[in-house]
Design a protein around this ligand. Structure first.
Ligand code: PEP
Ligand code: MN
Length: 355
């Protein structure tokens, strides 16, 4: 079997398989139902569960089944490792691809331990984002693996834990994988819509968004009978649903050769450029006023922050958003940023006055 090469692989790379290996029957039935339709089979053997009373995965027992399964399907098999012992067992059992889960990427000690166990080994590795949205930690994990010679690497965006009310199990915060793409433009970037959604209803939509953001592939939890799954039963889809999902996905090109399209796009972007210039100019005018007000507060020994005024700005600007057909949440975020910089500008000014 050829080693999977994340970089040269035709897009989108499809990874699917159960959250965990639960029984030989479950593993083999699921694998055989999907192996002709996907590029890589995933299965969890050691499961990082929140509660010690939850199903923890079957460990070495399941690894033996994986070894057996390798002779029966024609695609490579991937599993999650969380320590050097897992890596050793996987290498002994000739697991084809390994991945680091969100709870491992979050801890540089674990990542380093895994990296050391992989030094000099030629195996493809996938790195999920850390649980919380800290891009540098994600990049740090990627670098730790690169430094021990693992070059066949890809990142997986699986969303981020949040305390805020959310329709998602893990907030996608698409801006974070986009920043990763900016920092590591050559690193293939996949999406795990199952752990982002947390239920089967949103998987199609999240998958399509990932492809529309030019991601390189999808990891989708698939189980021959999700309702009896021992982990993540709500987000696993059946092999039939997986095929339907694959068919439903629209693959778009990153550029179009069509001349009319490009001309029209060029014209529209010119308009955007003009608006952006006006926006920055207006922000500049606002900054001048903020400085003038800061100097006036300083002269009159008045505090920078007057919370009532900030509430007033925050509320009235959101209403303006409604009037001008701009999402008030979007307006709120813009003004939080503007206000943060106004406070910083006036704080600097006050400091100067103390010189
Ligand atoms: C998994 O893929 O089953 C898993 C545990 O994922 P994550 O690390 O994204 O929570
Ligand atoms: Mn899972």
């Amino acid at each position: 079997m050829n080693k999977i090469k994340f970089i040269s692989k035709k897009k989108p790379l499809i990874i699917a398989g159960p959250c965990s290996a639960e029984s030989k029957e479950q593993l083999f039935t699921t694998a055989k139902a999907i192996s002709q339709h996907v590029d890589l089979f995933r299965v969890g053997i050691w499961k990082p569960r929140t509660s010690p009373d939850s199903f923890q995965g079957l460990g070495n027992k399941a690894l033996k089944w994986v070894q057996e399964l390798k002779n029966q399907i024609e695609i490579p098999i991937a599993t999650e490792v969380a320590n050097a012992g897992h890596v050793e067992s996987c290498l002994k059992s000739e697991v084809d691809v390994i991945w680091l889960g969100a709870r491992t990427t979050v801890n540089p000690f674990y990542v380093q331990e895994i990296a050391e166990a992989l030094r000099g080994v030629d195996i493809p590795v996938l790195i999920k984002n850390p649980i919380h949205p800290e891009l540098s930690l994600w990049i740090g994990a990627i670098e730790r693996l690169r430094k021990v010679g693992i070059n066949n690497l890809a990142a997986i965006h699986r969303g981020f834990f949040t305390l805020e009310k959310s329709a998602f199990r893990n907030e996608p915060k698409w801006e974070i994988p986009i920043k990763l793409k900016k920092e590591c433009p050559d690193l293939p970037l996949l999406c795990d819509p199952s752990h982002i959604s947390g239920n089967t209803d949103m998987i199609q939509e999240v998958s399509q968004t990932a492809l529309d953001l030019d991601m390189d592939g999808l990891m989708i939890e698939t189980h021959f009978k999700p309702s009896v799954a021992l982990s993540d039963p709500n987000q696993q889809i059946t092999p039939i649903q997986l095929l339907k999902l694959k068919k439903s996905l629209v693959l778009r090109k990153t550029t179009a050769l069509n001349k009319d399209f490009n001309n029209k796009l060029y014209e529209l972007r010119k308009l955007i450029d003009q608006i952006d210039e006006k926006l920055v100019k207006i922000i500049g005018n606002r900054v001048s006023l903020v400085k003038e007000i800061g100097a006036y507060k300083k002269k009159n020994k008045v505090t920078i922050l007057q919370i009532k005024r900030w509430f007033e700005i925050f509320n009235t600007r959101q209403k303006m958003g409604v009037n001008y057909n701009v999402d008030p949440q979007y307006v709120a975020e813009i003004f939080e940023l503007i206000h943060k910089h106004s406070i910083l500008t006036q704080t600097e000014l006050m400091k100067k006055s103390n010189d």
